[in-house]
Design a protein around this ligand. Sequence first.
Ligand SMILES: Cc1cc2c(cc1C)[n+](S(=O)(=O)[O-])c1c(=O)[nH]c(=O)nc-1n2C[C@H](O)[C@H](O)[C@H](O)COP(=O)(O)O
Length: 501
Amino acid sequence: HDSNDTQKVKLTGEQVAEHNSKDSCWVIVHGRAYDVTEFLPEHPGGPKIILKYAGKDATDEFDPIHPPDTLDKYLDRKYHLGEVDMKTVEQQEKEFDPDEEARQKRIETMPILEQCYNLMDFEHVARRVMKKTAWAYYSSGADDEITMRENHTAFHKIWFRPRILVDVENIDTSTTMLGSKTDMPFYVTATALGKLGNPEGEVLLTRGAKKHNVIQMIPTLASCSFDEIIDAAEDGQVQWLQLYVNKDREVTKRIVQHAEKRGCKGLFITVDAPQLGRREKDMRTKFQDVGSNVQSTGANDVDRSQGAARAISSFIDPSLSWKDIPWFQSITKMPIILKGVQRVEDVIKAVEAGVQGVVLSNHGGRQLDTAPSGVEVLAQVMPALRERGMQDKIEVFIDGGIRRASDIVKALCLGATGVGIGRPFLYAMSAYGLPGVDRAMQLLKDEMEMNMRLIGATKVSDLNTTLVDARSLSLHTTTVPEDTLGRRVYDPLVGPKEKAA
Ligand SMILES: Cc1cc2c(cc1C)[n+](S(=O)(=O)[O-])c1c(=O)[nH]c(=O)nc-1n2C[C@H](O)[C@H](O)[C@H](O)COP(=O)(O)O
């Protein structure tokens, strides 16, 4: 084949179909054929998921996990075989998927958007309408998900001390984060693989953020390409970059400097994921998908049945350490924030290292189980910074389990500059698309205004520690995780074929 630049005749489906094994493996993505034979052993998701589509159209499987420019960026041009005449590609009969059939039926019975009155309503709907793998990836936390649950219950340990007879006719919920003005003290935090939940992906969050003038953090592992997300923003819209640091620092440097050039206003370096956590719901669904091949043809060097998470994160550098901070400060002028700080001592070190901010976060409970909630660490950090006269040297954000504006108000009373929200916007987007994201943000705005009025605060700077009682925060009443494996898998001694009772 000539290189596809001079391609005269389109490839046919039959020609591609001949290359359907690990000895010669061609796939079609968006109407173009690629020879991925050499790439098979390097694929972070393992060879099996590609071989499942060898000689066929892999577009539907490819899109949710890979930004559109992935093949241009990472597959040598000589393996780009050119356009395929899609009329000659036999449409793969969709394997009958009873789950998909049932899912479509459920969608018709779901409440209409206007019946969603809080962020949890979106979770309720998303759980019932999302594809299993998408729900598993978004909803899972690490191990027994104790931290994931604690993230939200921690806010129930903080009680308000409302003021009365304050003139609260006019409420202003706006604030400033890293020098950027925003209408609300929350931002859309970085969550990977937006197209798992909605085929349009992260650009829906961009449009929702624009409408409500809130800030969006762009994930390294977005399904949409970085430039697609930047281009979906309108003039003046503030976006930050969330960075997973690559073992290849040249790649990282390129990403950071490109983000700065495209106007990003903050670099959030994720520091709590030198390895992605074990999210068992994600692993279980992925195992079903790829498991059969893993069992039949022998596992390859890395256990690929770790679900989407492990498959997409093999590039992350576990050797990242404090000594790398000066290098980041040398390659960008963007404010640098450490995302995933989990103890006071590291916040002090962050100030001494000269970074502009930290996010007190445990990655939504997806990393180290029984790590403390962001809000609990916040209650320890702010007094420690004030003791050292450091409280104005760094902006402190938190994320994790924020589902009500009252959670946001509590975080601000304890000294946070702002909070990140993840899953709720993913669920809103997955269940109802952009209107869902829009409504979710509007609900938070309405709640925020009401909460501030009822607590006796007219603007964000009125929120302070005298308005909350956080003494119970460090009490950890944790339900012992039930022995699900024993109860559901071993005890009933049902074979894999029979459904557990
Ligand atoms: C829900 C979710 C969170 C992810 C996330 C993906 C999902 C589906 N991913 S992950 O694939 O690696 O785990 C990222 C990510 O790309 N980078 C990151 O810094 N945080 C990631 N996070 C963590 C996120 O930025 C917040 O810390 C977390 O979502 C806050 O908790 P809530 O979801 O409860 O708001």
